[in-house]
Design a binder for this molecule. Structure first.
Ligand SMILES: Cc1cc2nc3c(=O)[nH]c(=O)nc-3n(C[C@H](O)[C@H](O)[C@H](O)COP(=O)(O)O)c2cc1C
Length: 215
């Protein structure tokens, strides 16, 4: 009976298209199915700006976040490479419901602020406020504290900027396989997003990426 309810709960989570802001969202395990080969996804990659304001299912959101920063091996290493395996880029997911921090190790979302803050991730591009999720890639220097070798600050930032390039391209390809549009964005209201996402001054906002259904 317990198993039945657990299965029912999982089925409901997987099928839900709208999820209210919750303190923590446990994301479903990513099935690696997709309709496209990598070569097909590459040939179709483009920036989209014609988003429609419709939430992603938790299942789709799970795939997008996993592509951005997920763990893909038992040793904890990730989909995307990082210098010295120091994963210094955090991913924030900004939806119509709230701002969440993606906890890659546990494949969960942690609520940072409830409400629609999508407009704070742009300097005024209207399409951003319609995209189901705006990912914000943030460099966190704390990640280096346990590294066996700590590079100088400029090298840390260079590493993060290189890593984020891989991250956005993985998301672009995953979005393509899910029939979703995406747009990488450097124009971000950094001061405002730092404030609403409660980011410490030490953190650096690198890039944003809108993902969602398109017309
Ligand atoms: C680092 C970077 C920053 C970008 N910033 C923005 C942006 O702020 N707003 C936007 O609409 N597109 C932005 N783009 C998307 C580019 O405009 C787009 O990739 C380019 O026009 C080529 O078009 P395509 O992606 O469809 O091939 C950015 C792309 C990159 C790589």
């Amino acid at each position: 009976m317990k198993k039945f309810f657990a299965t029912l709960a999982t089925a409901l989570i997987m099928s839900t298209s709208v999820f209210a802001a919750q303190a923590e969202i446990v994301l479903p395990t990513v099935d690696n199915g997709g309709n496209l080969t990598v070569m097909q996804a590459l040939s179709q990659r483009k920036s989209s700006r014609n988003f429609v304001d419709k939430n992603l299912t938790v299942n789709r959101l799970s795939k997008i976040l996993w592509a951005a920063n997920g763990v893909n091996r038992p040793n904890g290493k990730r989909v995307n490479p990082a210098a010295l395996s120091v994963y210094s880029v955090e991913v924030y997911a900004v939806t119509s419901e709230g701002i969440y921090l993606y906890d890659a190790t546990n494949h969960k979302l942690k609520l940072i602020a409830e409400g629609d803050f999508r407009s704070t991730t742009t300097t005024g591009q209207d399409f951003v406020t319609k995209a189901a999720v705006n990912l914000v890639y943030v460099e966190t220097p704390d990640a280096w504290s346990s590294a066996r070798k700590i590079p100088p600050r400029d090298a840390q930032l260079a590493n993060a900027n290189i890593a984020v390039g891989a991250m956005v391209q993985s998301v672009a390809l995953a979005a393509q396989t899910e029939n979703l549009g995406n747009c990488v964005r450097g124009s971000i209201n950094r001061d405002e997003f730092k404030r609403v996402a409660k980011l410490s001054d030490a953190k650096t906002i690198l890039l944003a990426q809108s993902v969602g259904f398109v017309e």
